[in-house]
Design a protein around this ligand. Structure first.
Ligand code: P6P
Length: 329
């Protein structure tokens, strides 16, 4: 039986600030529009590169730019949205003079876009925080200050998953009406798992704790874990996180041992922080290996951090391995 609870009915059942509800509905509209752009990309000649390099030093896909433009076009009219921080834009986009309580929107408009030309799942990721005082243009707040976080997964179906800190809920976009309807209430990360996700081609760059963990997983029944593990890697963080939310698992994107200062690949403000909030509110854990991701005081809007998140028991084991490796002999 399909739940008829629409996103609006879900959001208005509690005591959320109406301006936050407006913003979340605008984000949902942007994601619905991006889903259409992705699905029709081949017809519009949009699946290729834009022949531009973004602030990350990555080649931008045409759809990266179009998705960013949709977020800006649709969300900029939200009544109390003060600023946008986008993976695709180097500077913070200020929409109004900041007033205390205004919202700040951090987003990766199209994550995993290297999958577009091979028709694999991609997604959008967002986090919302608030202006702390009138005139305060600081957008570098730690992840504990997020008031909402979520993602849209453009897969066989378009699903919007979000949390306001109370629970994690998933809404599937109905292909007939375009409604986002509640299909995954109160999502929880299974605490145990036998599935890990890491790009094993980077094995030579892993620090000892990550090598130890992965080596034990692949050692199977004869190894220290005494059980077989499975591995997945889809090069799309949104797809990995949705799988972990649905059936458990642990996702790792560690820093490179030969370039720790770079912090790894994933960005704190609009990838690691929102996914950390979702996973932790669903009962999982999210760490850099040395401490909670959401405790990090950002140094810049595009800062990169190491990411280990998913089923709590596996993340805790990895943190333990990092602690042991860091302890003096
Ligand atoms: P790699 C996509 O570019 C992304 O930011 C995440 O969605 C994904 O988990 C990761 O990078 C994939 O990285 O090194 O495997 O291409």
């Amino acid at each position: 039986m399909t739940d008829t609870t629409t996103l609006r009915r879900y959001l208005t059942k509690g005591d959320l600030d109406p301006n936050l509800i407006f913003l979340l509905e605008d984000i949902a509209s942007a994601c619905r529009s991006i889903a259409n752009l992705v699905r029709n990309g081949a017809f519009e000649g949009n699946l290729g590169s834009a022949n531009a390099i973004n602030v990350q030093g990555e080649t931008q896909k045409t759809l990266d730019i179009l998705a960013n433009d949709e977020f800006e076009r649709i969300c900029s009219n939200s009544p109390r949205l003060a600023a946008l921080v986008s993976e695709e834009v180097e500077e913070v986009t200020w929409l109004k003079e900041p007033e205390e309580g205004d919202y700040l929107l951090y987003f990766d408009p199209l994550d995993g876009s290297s999958n577009l030309d091979v028709n694999l799942s991609v997604g959008s990721i967002f986090a919302i925080m608030q202006v702390q005082a009138d005139g305060d243009r600081n957008v570098l707040h730690d992840g504990q200050r997020q008031v909402c976080a979520g993602y849209a997964l453009y897969g066989p179906s378009t699903i919007l998953v979000l949390t306001d800190g109370s629970e994690v809920a998933g809404f599937t976009c109905h292909q007939g009406t375009g409604d986002f309807r509640l299909t995954h209430p109160d999502m929880k990360v299974p605490s145990e798992t036998s599935e890990f996700a890491i790009n094993t081609s980077r094995h030579r760059y892993w620090d000892a704790p990550v090598r130890r963990y992965v080596d034990e997983c692949v050692a199977g029944e004869e190894g220290a874990r005494q059980r077989a593990f499975n591995m997945r890697w889809t090069a799309s963080m949104v797809a990995e996180i949705h799988r972990i939310l649905t059936r458990g698992g642990v996702f790792l994107y560690p820093a490179d041992s030969n370039n720790r200062d770079a912090g790894g690949k994933l960005r704190l403000m609009y990838e690691a922080n929102p996914m950390a909030m979702i996973i932790e509110r669903a009962g999982g854990a999210a760490s850099t290996g040395f401490g909670p991701i959401m405790d990090i005081q950002p140094s810049g809007p595009h800062q990169r951090v190491p990411v280990i998140l998913g089923s709590r028991s596996e993340v805790e084991r990895l943190v333990e391995y990092h602690t042991e490796a860091d302890s003096p002999e």
